[in-house]
Design a protein around this ligand. Structure first.
Ligand code: UD1
Length: 341
């Protein structure tokens, strides 16, 4: 079996990707420091696939620990690297924490991959690198804009670190995947998003409001130049997103890549407004959501959605699940999590 390392494999997108890798017959090793995830996720994964991945609790800032891990698992053929901190506001308050957590760790992992005879590397990047793009939908050749936050900057610099390393490392091939807005959960309800504290992202805030954990959803602004005045985003079902990681990895493992560093947008290609997301939730859940329009949130862009042609044509991948599917699964997950508490 081909052995793949998934860093941050107990997180939201990581855990869904582990499931898809196992479904495709890969042997998965997870590294996670459990700083923003729970060991219970391992059970959720095993319940879905019937297989328990190898798990090592390791903080990737522990350079010696990373070296020892790779010495033990020198047969690793590929790495999907999710492990990172992702709270935008916190990154503004604690920039060094973010540069260390997201970039020092990346360097340590790449140093180990350089030692392998051959390695494939998939990086979690974000559409945040485009900022408010001048043209929609956003293609991969749209200019990378000055980052709005240290978090966003770690994605931009992360991409540059990988690109520069690939340029001089023939045995290393990499793809950076620029995600739009990942939402939803596995349809089984066994894994999903587990935000710590008050959720900053829209969909977990909606489901937590509906279940009674939050009083009311604040919709940030209805005076934007969009159809209904609320911001537009490209919400992609996390299971579609997870599958794209497997396809991207296989492109590298089978040497189908063009050049040894590539970037792909991962989105649905369709933008939805905040109010459309709320309506989709109400439609599939049968719940009435308590929400209120409030002022704009600082730093929000008006509209972003992906041009998916490069991923569709070159990866041979496209999304299959809808926004309704995402909201249905997110709601099922929320109900299951709260029932188990
Ligand atoms: C946010 C981050 C982005 C990160 C992404 C990861 C910010 C400014 N940006 O993007 O860097 O890559 O998450 O998923 O934090 N909304 C509400 N009420 C809420 C929460 C959100 O109206 O309580 C609105 C927002 O104004 C936005 C939309 O919902 O229009 C989506 O928000 P969110 O889920 O936070 O994603 P992004 O802002 O796109």
């Amino acid at each position: 079996m081909v052995k793949i390392l998934v860093t941050g494999g107990l997180g939201f997108i990581g855990s869904h990707t582990v499931v898809e890798l196992q479904n495709e017959g890969y042997e998965v090793v997870i590294i996670d420091d459990l700083s923003n995830s729970s060991i219970k996720v391992l059970d959720g994964i095993s319940t879905i696939t019937g297989k328990t991945p190898i798990f090592e609790k390791l903080d990737l800032k522990d350079k010696a620990g990373v070296e020892a891990f790779f010495a033990k698992h020198s047969d690793i053929k590929g790495v999907i690297h999710f492990a990172a901190s992702k709270a935008v506001g916190e990154s503004v308050q604690e920039p060094l924490l973010y540069y260390e957590n997201n970039l020092a760790t990346l360097v340590y992992v790449l140093k180990e991959l350089k030692k392998l005879p051959e390695a494939s590397f998939i990086f979690s990047s974000s559409c945040t690198v485009y900022g408010q793009a001048d043209e929609l939908p956003i293609t991969e050749s749209a200019p990378v804009k000055q980052a709005e936050s240290p978090y966003g900057n770690t994605k931009q610099i992360g991409e540059e670190i990988i690109r520069d390393t690939c340029r001089v490392t023939p045995n290393l091939k990499a793809i950076a995947l620029r995600y739009f807005n990942p939402v939803g959960a596995h349809e089984s309800g066994n894994i999903g998003e587990l935000p710590i504290g008050v959720p900053q992202n829209l969909v977990p805030f909606i489901t937590q409001t509906a279940i009674g954990l939050r009083k009311q959803l604040s919709v940030f602004g209805d005076d934007y130049p969009t159809t209904d005045g609320t911001c537009i985003r490209d919400y992609i079902h996390v299971v579609d997103l997870a599958k794209a990681h497997v396809v991207a990895l296989e492109r590298l493992l089978k040497n189908k890549n063009k050049g040894n560093y590539e970037t792909f947008n991962l989105g649905t290609g369709t933008g939805s407004s905040v109010l459309e997301v709320v309506k989709a939730f109400e439609r599939v859940s049968g719940e009435k959501l308590n929400y209120k329009i409030v002022g704009r949130r600082e730093g929000d862009i008006i509209s972003a959605y992906a041009d998916t042609r490069k991923a569709n044509n070159e990866l041979g991948w496209k999304t299959k699940l809808t926004l309704d599917d995402a909201m249905r699964s997110a709601w099922k997950w929320e109900q299951k999590v709260r029932a188990s508490e």
